[in-house]
Design a binder for this molecule. Sequence first.
Ligand code: GLU
Length: 522
Amino acid sequence: MIKTRFAPSPTGYLHVGSLRTALYCYLFAKKNKGKFILRIEDTDQERFVEGAVENLLSTLSWVGLNYDEGLMEDGKEVGENGPYIQSKRKNIHLENAQKLIDSGHAYRCFCSKERLTKMREIQAKNKQAPMYDRKCLDLPESEINAKLSSGEPYVIRQRMPYDSIRFKDIIRGNMQFDGKTIDDQILVKSDGFPTYHLANVVDDHLMEITHVIRGEEWLPSTPKHIALYQAFGWDVPEFAHLPLLLNPDKTKLSKRQGHVAVEEYIKEGYLKEAVINFVAFLGWNPGSGEQREIFTLKELEKIFELKKVHKSGAVFNIEKLDWFNWQWHKKKFNEEMTVLAKELDKNVEITNRGFDFSNQEAEEAFLLKKGKKLKKYAAGFIPKEYENTPELLTRALSMLDEKILKNKKETAKNLAFFFNYPEYSKELLTNKKMKVDLNQAYISLSESLKDIKKIEDWTLQNLKESLFETVKRLDVKNGQVFWPLRAALSGMQFSPGVFETAWALGKEESLSRIAQALKKLQ
Ligand code: GLU
């Protein structure tokens, strides 16, 4: 069975790059009906950060990446291959280090810090790569025992085979490393703690990991790991090294150019669906001519392929994240509105323009509920004074869904024309393409004013009927009436439609705005 693992070191927060690693591990396991494991790699005691593990678990749970084995949010561990917290596995690591000493693949090194520093200085002077010179490799048994009983500190080093090491990375293809350049790495530090290299290999083996999927920064460590698997006589897992995440200027993704912690995006209110969707596309896409970009986690589980991950660095583009967020907000909002529309009107027709209601009560009720929903969504971005006319506010909001879902921070700007009579020049009332000159604008406005003045019940339906009547009587195209009227009501080149705007503004305000437009034309 395919088994993958996400093995974060709890150093504070979940980096977006780590989230991508976790996501790809998860998706690859799901796609192949395998298992996904979470292992906390906390052997580096110096890097321990209070609360980091809890934070990591809650962030993973927020995005919905459930694992089959590992440490759960309630502190319990699930799975048969635990413990899943590396520091609790120290004895297992040390037993295995002893096995390597016994089989001649590792040795104790008693060299002092001073000696090692001196050795490196000489190597640097001679332009040699820094490598341990194996002074302690063949110490006689008696000397080792004497040093051990006198309590001399030591580390355990792996005896590297010095052969060339090859492997096939699923993403990067054939890799080859010259064994002679690989240092006799430390497996157990002088404080008695295993290093990442030893712990990682032992744990991956014992947890039966078949595919090691991780960031490209671990590629140089992979030959060391392979040598360890071979020294133990264990099967070597498959490796897939994911490309780096880059800033738009192609430098390595850094805090300086934006957030790198997933929590920051959560705090800013990004939808988890958008974050997952965006992160999935950092260095991968379904390919094969697939144009679609919006996928749920469930859908990604079916289509994800590790082979299709790109080799080159993936640019982290915040505009793209915003785009995904907008698309997801729209998708979720539309789904909710569809349910609402059907609830209010069994016979509503759903077209690609929106909803065609069978009766106007349902339509108005729908718009008001929609407006209230958007009011909640944009809370904090609506000027206080607009709240004094709640009916106008709700109606106005109901027609600004596209804009508000795209960027709620601009809600005040988008609402402004409903609340303050806008400045504009009379040319706005004309439209060459629609054959509306100043004269036509005057006729259209004065005739429609006459008609809508007669409306007693200011409903959308009555507005529509009345204004189509004006068009018919004047024997002109719709646009020749609707353009100047919409411009007069909104004072803007682009705005919501004429009926909705008039409906939202109410009778008195609409009539007054048309009258002011007529004044400009006189
Ligand atoms: N603990 C390592 C990290 O935080 C894991 C590397 C690996 O997946 O082997 O990146």
